[in-house]
Design a protein around this ligand. Structure first.
Ligand SMILES: Cc1cc2nc3c(=O)[nH]c(=O)nc-3n(C[C@H](O)[C@H](O)[C@H](O)COP(=O)(O)OP(=O)(O)OC[C@H]3O[C@@H](n4cnc5c(N)ncnc54)[C@H](O)[C@@H]3O)c2cc1C
Length: 302
């Protein structure tokens, strides 16, 4: 993390909202479902798939968590109505995990049932390490209850992830593999870039060996290259690449042109401002990356 990154993060709360919006507009579809629909239509027009994320603020009441579950049900209705090629990504804390595991399971089940009506799919995002065990427990429980339209995420920076791959293997799981966005202590997470990459490769190999469907979620060119080598002998329907909205769009298009399935993560919601601030404060290095990308755009260099 550079001094510039740290400075940007310290200054963020003092930055006027429209400027934060400028920083984040490339990465967030907008505040309404219609905004998300428009963005997904554009992506589908470029032969890119999508996964829609409803941005929720900190959930402190049961009714807030139920409202988020309902918002996801509305997303499925819009996906069907507009014939979009998109699934959804949910955060368990938005569905009430911090309030109660049972409430969260109930909410997630209602979203899964709505998805199943149209043969659609729900990805459970992975949040910080305090939620990892509960998330994997709930995933296993739901699969045991017969929900096959659900997938999970593993983070390569966590030292436990290879063991998690092994313990999920009997489910032939659907797993998004990413590096991990939260700041975790070295006792449980690799901090060095090369170590994270090496663990990513180990987890990817183990997942594919176990017959998992893998969402290769990275913009890291080295990892994309390594993944392309690893999947060379597989059917293109056995895996997909995934990227965030607004990041490496040209590279995403090249993957599509080469016949790869490519899914873009599309967040939207009223809470875009709080979400942007929190995510940027969580990860100062990312704040620096985004600030540089935005300045580059403003100056016409990207
Ligand atoms: C589809 C998708 C879903 C994800 N879901 C989760 C999740 O559930 N849980 C979780 O912890 N993390 C999630 N992440 C985030 C992920 O863990 C990483 O933090 C993020 O993808 C950056 O890692 P990277 O592999 O792209 O490599 P990096 O080395 O971080 O990035 C490679 C290059 O990509 C560019 N880049 C990467 N991210 C951005 C950005 N946001 N803005 C601008 N440029 C960028 C930069 O040029 C950077 O140099 C997800 C990522 C993707 C793509």
């Amino acid at each position: 993390m550079t001094l510039l990154d740290r400075t940007i993060v310290r200054l963020l709360p003092a930055v006027p909202k429209p400027v934060v919006q400028l920083f984040s507009s490339r990465y967030i579809a907008g505040s309404t479902l219609e905004d998300a629909v428009r963005v997904v239509q554009r992506l589908n027009g470029e032969r890119k798939l999508a996964t829609i994320d409803v941005l929720g603020e900190e959930i402190t009441r049961e009714s807030d968590a139920r409202a988020i579950a309902q918002a996801y049900c509305d997303v499925f209705v819009a996906i069907e109505r507009e014939h979009l090629d998109s699934n959804v990504s949910v955060k368990l804390t938005a569905l009430g995990l911090d309030l109660s595991y049972e409430l969260c399971r109930e909410n997630l089940e209602s979203v899964l049932r709505e998805a199943a009506k149209s043969g659609n799919f729900v990805r459970i995002d992975m949040e910080d390490s305090s939620t990892t065990s509960d998330t994997l427990r709930l995933y296993r429980e739901l699969r045991g209850r017969g929900f096959d339209n659900v997938g999970v995420v593993l983070q390569a920076y966590l030292r436990r992830s290879l063991d998690d791959v092994r313990s999920l293997a009997d489910l032939e799981p659907n797993v998004r593999l990413c590096k991990g966005i939260y700041v975790e202590p070295p006792a449980i997470a690799f901090r060095d870039d090369d170590a994270v990459r090496a663990n990513y490769v180990r987890c990817l190999d183990a997942l594919l060996d176990a017959g998992a469907y893998v969402g290769v979620a990275t913009h890291d060119e080295w990892l994309i290259g390594r993944a392309l080598e690893r999947v060379a002998s597989l059917s293109p329907s056995a895996y997909e690449f995934q990227m965030l909205l607004g990041v490496r769009e040209q590279r995403a298009s090249e993957l599509v042109d080469a016949g790869r399935r490519l899914r873009v993560y599309v967040p939207f919601g009223e809470h875009w401002y709080q979400y942007s601030l929190r995510r940027l404060q969580e990860n100062p290095a990312m704040a620096g990356t985004i600030a540089r990308a935005t300045m580059g755009r403003v100056l016409g260099r990207s």
